[in-house]
Design a protein around this ligand. Structure first.
Ligand code: CO
Length: 145
């Protein structure tokens, strides 16, 4: 009986070592693998470690202000700072229709269903506030420099 336990412990230790070795070889952090499993199991939303910007030089399409995500009744980022001439694209990731409306009538999207997009190019510097006219408490702004 004792020998069986010893063998099982040795086997478990070997399995852990193999898992760590595979993780090291593929560059997959164990933590990320765990998050992936959690994502598949629970449908929880998360940002994978691999998607995080590595530094100032990393390509960060989502962080440059040109991409605004509409989700959970909010605009992210709420303030998008972009250079003059930038085309900003809003994508509705919510299960609810939303729109993007400038109260100063600088731009107005149609009602966006899930996964639909709207883009507007900002040719002049300024602060452009906008909101969802279906849910007016949803607000955001684009700051063009
Ligand atoms: Co809305």
């Amino acid at each position: 009986m004792k020998n069986r336990i010893v063998r099982w412990v040795a086997w478990a230790a070997a399995a852990v070592m193999v898992t760590l070795a595979i993780g090291a070889l593929t560059g997959t952090p164990i933590e990320q693998t765990a998050h992936g499993a959690q994502h598949r199991a629970g449908g929880m939303r998360f940002i994978r470690i691999g998607d995080a910007p590595a530094g100032d030089d990393a390509p960060t399409a989502a962080a440059d202000g040109s991409q605004v995500v509409v989700d959970n009744f909010s605009f992210t980022p709420a303030t998008a700072a972009v250079p003059v001439g930038t085309t900003v694209t809003w994508t509705n990731h919510d299960d609810i229709p939303h729109n993007v409306v400038s109260p100063e009538q600088k731009f107005k999207s149609p009602v966006l269903d899930t996964d639909e997009k709207f883009s507007h190019t900002f040719e002049a510097a300024g602060t452009y506030k906008y909101y969802c006219s279906i849910h007016p408490r949803m607000t955001g702004q684009v700051v063009v420099r």
